[in-house]
Design a protein around this ligand. Structure first.
Ligand code: G6P
Length: 608
């Protein structure tokens, strides 16, 4: 949440900062701001998206080779010019951009007020700039003042700090991510690598409570006790084009189309002669129970995994929303496994759950997309999804890569526990390898049909999704996708549960999207569909060819039938997801919503 960038070098900082900031807009877009230090400090801020800041900058003369900038997802104080970052301290010595939440800001603010400090904004960030200034006035030692803040500040804070008397960017990382990009005669700071990938592929990834002192031609890193640290340079192996739209109207559509490649990148290196090699040291025979912790779509991927691993490997598995995990006092035992799923690897709730597991001595395995992220660094074992950078707030390719990898993990566990034979493993893996091509087929044939359906149903006030078993796991994600970007109210229900209350909401022409792919419960879900149709519901059915031809005898318009290619029932979520993603995308387009940056959301949620 919130994105920060900084530049120091010989080039015009404003242009570079705005360009980089735009690549961080997925992290929040309530307001933005920039500070340039060129002997004197100049700050420009604007409410709303970065485009508003650019408009303001046309009228300002903001020249200089050193600056910091920020895009905000509001936590303390409404989105407004005054609450936008950067924030300057009372005596003007320090100007700060901040990502995270200073939890004890009230207490620090009270103390500073007693010392005569005034506050213009409602933010916790202004408290940080004043705290550092107050310490600096006392000690005249900036590193000491920052270190003092690290020791006293509670919560999460990645910072970019300008000091009015120095051509330097000071930076701090605590809980929220921060990287330092290394250039030639220029250096960068940013919340993530993709922001500055155009300028450098070499990075220092700051660890917890580290402080960076970044000059044009020198970078020093210290721990919170001011001891200098030597770090390895992390060299990125993907290109800047991975973070660009490449002719698509939205990142989301581009990422939907990238799914076959993303899945191939995830699974192909892990399958050798149809056998799974995950290259991690884990033996499912020793696992008593799996606790999956994740948020949003990643939690839905976890539910897909639960279905598969319980069915194939017979390991009891519980899926927790990461924000609930710690507070429900979970029963954790020595031979349990905590499986953490996260695209960004930075989600605060998920990270906190991981740490809770580690503190309780439980082994942790993470499924993460972003290399070098906090979750990846802190878990005992890692499996990367290798889906490439995902920019649209609503996840598509990262989710698809997650479930593909989780299929492999479930099958591997089943084989290790001798619940399936080598032949069954090979058979199932053979099916997984067909997923990318089957997605390509769906993408080729379905767009027009989905566009028509989107036009037909765009004015619906409420859309329900139903399914059973793996189809229920799939529709949870389908419904989240729809509400995230179209703002249409939507609920996903286990098809059999609808009649226990929610069916009261079904009225004439309510749209119910049914996912019906699981053979053993096919007829049951069909009956549930009949129940809603009997109450006047309109219906879109996502099903598989075989089942459709044999079984469907409900009265449904052919244009409302979405057929997935034939595949083993375990893997249908990979195919049904594509239809639901496209439907959400096109209906949102019809409604004119801001698809890549939907209101109130952010892609990387680094606050609890
Ligand atoms: C945010 C996003 C969701 C995402 C969730 C988990 O809420 O808006 O789309 O699924 O975070 O993110 P993660 O990076 O941990 O997968």
């Amino acid at each position: 949440m919130c994105g920060i960038v900084g530049y120091i070098g010989n080039k015009g900082a404003t242009h570079i900062l705005i360009k980089s900031l735009k690549r961080l807009e997925y992290r929040g877009y309530d307001s933005s701001g920039i500070a340039i230090l060129n002997k004197k400090l100049k700050i420009v801020k604007a409410k709303g998206k970065i485009i508003n800041l650019e408009e303001k900058l046309k009228k300002e003369n903001l020249n200089g080779n050193l600056g910091i900038a920020h895009t905000r997802w509001a936590t303390h104080g409404e989105p407004s010019d005054i609450n936008s970052h950067p924030h300057t301290s009372n005596n003007g010595l320090f100007t700060i951009v901040h990502n995270g939440i200073l939890e004890n800001y009230k207490e620090i603010k009270n103390n500073l007020q007693k010392e005569g400090y005034n506050f213009l904004s409602d933010t916790d960030t202004e408290v940080i700039s004043n705290f550092i200034e107050y310490q600096y006035e006392k000690t005249k030692d900036l590193l000491e003042s920052i270190s003092k803040f690290l020791k006293e500040g509670k919560g999460s804070f990645s910072l970019g700090i300008l000091f009015e008397n120095e051509n330097t960017i000071y930076t701090v990382k605590k809980q929220s991510p921060l990287v330092i990009g290394i250039g030639t005669n220029e250096n960068f700071i940013s919340s993530d690598i993709s922001a500055t990938l155009e300028y450098t592929k070499n990075y220092y990834i700051l660890e917890e409570e580290e402080i960076g002192i970044v000059k044009k031609d020198n970078i020093q890193i210290f721990d919170k006790n001011k001891n200098e640290i030597k770090k390895d340079i992390y060299v990125v192996d993907f290109d800047v084009s991975a973070a660009e739209k490449n002719g698509f109207d939205h990142f989301m559509l581009k990422e939907i189309y990238e799914q076959p490649t993303a899945i191939r990148n995830t699974i192909n290196p892990r399958v050798i002669n149809d056998e799974i090699d995950l290259k991690i040291d884990i033996d499912a025979k020793e696992i008593n129970k799996i606790h999956v912790v994740a948020c949003g779509s990643a939690a839905h991927a976890g539910i897909v995994f639960k279905n598969i691993v319980e069915s194939l490997a017979r390991i009891p598995t519980e899926v927790y929303l990461a924000s609930e995990f710690r507070y429900q006092n979970p029963i954790l035992e020595e031979n349990d496994l905590i499986l953490v799923i996260s695209q960004s690897g930075e989600t605060a709730d998920t990270l906190a759950a991981l740490r809770h597991g580690k503190t309780n001595g439980v082994k942790t395995l993470s499924i993460v997309n972003v290399l070098g992220s906090s979750i990846a660094r802190e878990s005992d074992l890692n499996l990367f999804t290798w889906a490439g950078p995902e920019i649209a707030v609503a996840t598509t390719k990262a989710y698809s890569a997650q479930i593909s990898l989780l299929y492999l993990l479930g099958i591997k566990f089943a084989f290790q526990r001798k619940k399936i034979t080598k032949e069954t493993e090979k058979l199932l893996v053979g099916e997984i390898l067909t997923i990318p091509e089957k997605i390509e087929n769906i993408l080729k044939i379905s767009e027009n049909q989905i566009k028509e359906l989107s036009k037909k149903y765009k004015n619906n006030k409420s859309i329900f999704f139903i399914g059973r078993g793996l189809d229920y796991a799939a529709v949870l994600e389908g419904s989240l996708k729809l509400k995230e970007i179209s703002y249409i109210h939507s609920e996903a229900y286990a098809a059999g549960e609808l009649k226990h209350g929610t069916i009261s909401l079904i009225e004439d022409r309510t749209l119910v999207i049914s996912c019906i792919t699981q053979k053993h419960i096919f007829e049951k879900t069909m009956s549930n569909l009949q129940e809603v149709k009997a109450r006047g519901a309109e219906s879109i059915i996502i099903t598989n060819e075989e089942a459709y031809i044999k079984e469907i005898n409900v009265d449904v318009d052919k244009s409302n039938l979405l057929i997935i290619p034939k595949i083993n029932d375990y893997f249908t979520p990979s195919l049904t997801a594509i239809y639901m993603q496209l439907f959400s995308y096109y209906i949102s387009r019809e409604l004119g919503s801001d698809i890549d940056m939907p209101r109130n959301l952010a892609k990387s949620v680094t606050v609890e």
